[in-house]
Write a protein that binds this ligand. Structure first.
Ligand code: NAP
Ligand code: HSE
Length: 438
């Protein structure tokens, strides 16, 4: 496709959509319900020409009769008469990767909500897009309806960015806040999140922190001008967070959030996703339910916080439509803000350099000397204790000891934990949550 053919004109912008699930049907609804507004704002009619999904007979709550059905998304991407291929199927590889690459290689612009794809192949796909004069847009892949890609690439273009962090997974935030508010068990609340269309096809990606790590690695590439480095993200999920951790955190003046954080350090880029205790008076502590928040620290703007719904049909379809509208207007920006060839090679700072405070919950046999033994292990490692709670009395069962430490290095804390874990009175794997004061 030549540059001339890509000059926006007051004509139709022809779209093909592969994937008609939560997000795909949401996009069809917005394009049809907001047709007039979109025409006014972009100067073009956005017209869906073709759609694709696995099951042509499945009942969907949108009318597909006006669109050509493509049984094979590859054919939609590679052969259909479309200007934009919208990939909303999911998966880092397989048909999502093949069809996106197929569309880009023939110069068709691509819009995707697929963070797994962007985390695994984003740098190379950005090159393919540039070589073929195509746009690769992915606003919906990060933080649902929050326009964070637009903010980083356009609104904050004049800033050097040293740190970016936030709540990047709606399912986990929904689970943690609902457990805290209602006392309902983890599994029930996860089932709710799935019913509401928040969770990934495999929800272990959400609760295991992988989905947030996908998003963080893409955000870090964009913020720091580096190749996407998903493998360097330290990842822990929320699977081991219990109601008792939420209650102890609250008693100490904290809430538990799954946080993704990336920053420049002397050793390289630190990227990590894990549950954190955040002080109750930190703005991020009151971001609830399916909401996400992203905090960007720019050298000119200072701290800028973006908040909105991070998952679900409406917010995600809103972000997909925004990318389509940008392309309709003729906005053609490099995928990661700078040309793909200029992205710096990934350089990761290993987690052992991380510095912070820690929450430890230990289940120990209640017998003389145990508390002393644990505090001695910490003292010998030069880990200073900020607070400690031991409640209950039992000669037969384990009792909890909960400790908050002052700041230390991750490597030091992990070495001390190895010794605590090995102590004969410690009855189960210690529960460790990092503390972030931001
Ligand atoms: P979903 O509800 O499971 O829908 C997936 C759609 O893709 C279905 O229509 C399915 O077809 C179709 N599909 C899957 N494999 C296919 C194949 N091999 N060939 C043709 N069609 C295929 O998923 P979703 O929640 O809409 O998510 C879609 C994408 O958006 C994913 O990348 C996800 O990570 C991302 N995303 C989702 C959200 C959210 O809140 N849900 C938010 C941000 C980003 P059938 O319907 O026929 O089975
Ligand atoms: N499963 C994801 C989440 C969807 O819960 O945040 C939005 O990317």
């Amino acid at each position: 496709m030549s540059d001339q053919q890509k000059t926006p004109s007051a004509d139709q912008l022809k779209v093909g959509i592969a994937g008609l699930g939560t997000v795909g049907t949401g996009v069809i609804k917005i394009i049809s319900q907001q047709a007039d507004i979109l025409r006014q704002r972009t100067g073009r009619d956005i017209v869906i020409k073709g759609v694709s999904a696995r099951d042509p007979k499945k009942l969907r709550d949108v009318d597909l009769s006006a669109f050509e059905w493509f049984g094979d998304p590859m054919r939609l991407a590679r052969e259909a008469d479309i200007d934009i291929y919208v990939e909303l199927m999911g998966g880092a590889d397989g048909i999502a990767l093949a069809s996106v690459e197929g569309a880009l290689k023939r110069g068709v612009d691509v819009v995707t909500a697929n963070k797994a794809l962007m985390a695994a192949h984003g740098t190379r796909l950005a090159q393919v897009a540039e070589e073929n004069n195509a746009v690769l847009a992915y606003e919906a892949a990060i933080a649902g309806g929050i326009p964070i890609v637009k903010a980083l690439r356009e609104g904050l273009a004049g800033n050097g960015i040293d740190r970016i962090y936030g709540i990047l997974n709606g399912t986990c935030n929904y689970i943690l806040t609902t457990m805290e508010k209602t006392g309902r068990p983890f599994k029930d609340v996860l089932a709710d999140a799935q019913d509401q269309g928040y969770a990934e096809a495999d929800p272990s990606f959400d609760i295991g922190g992988i989905d947030a790590a996908h998003k963080l690695s893409v955000l870090a590439a964009l913020a720091f001008g580096r190749a996407v480095d998903f493998d360097a993200v330290y990842v822990e999920g929320i699977e081991r967070i219990g109601a008792e951790d939420i209650a102890y955190a609250s008693e100490f003046g904290y809430r538990i959030k799954l946080i993704g954080a990336a920053k420049r350090t002397a050793h390289g880029i630190e990227q990590r996703v894990h549950p954190c205790l955040v002080p109750l008076d930190t703005p991020i502590a009151s971001v609830d339910d399916v909401y996400n928040a992203v905090v960007v620290e720019g050298d000119a703007v200072g701290q800028a916080t973006f908040e909105g719904r991070g998952a679900g049909e409406g917010p995600t379809a809103s972000a997909v439509t925004a990318d389509i509208a940008d392309i309709a207007r003729g906005l053609r920006l490099p995928t990661f803000s700078i040309p793909a060839a200029e992205l710096a090679p990934a350089q990761a700072s290993p987690m052992e350099h991380h510095e912070g405070a820690y929450y430890l919950r230990l289940n120990v046999l209640d017998k003389p000397g145990v508390m002393a033994a644990i505090t001695i292990i910490l003292a010998e490692a030069q880990v200073s204790i900020a607070s400690i709670i031991q409640r209950g009395r039992s000669t037969e069962e384990a009792v909890p000891i909960v400790i908050l430490t002052h700041e230390t290095r991750e490597a030091v804390m992990m070495a001390a934990l190895d010794k605590i874990r090995a102590h004969e009175a410690v009855m189960e794997e210690p529960h460790v949550i990092r503390i972030e004061t931001f």
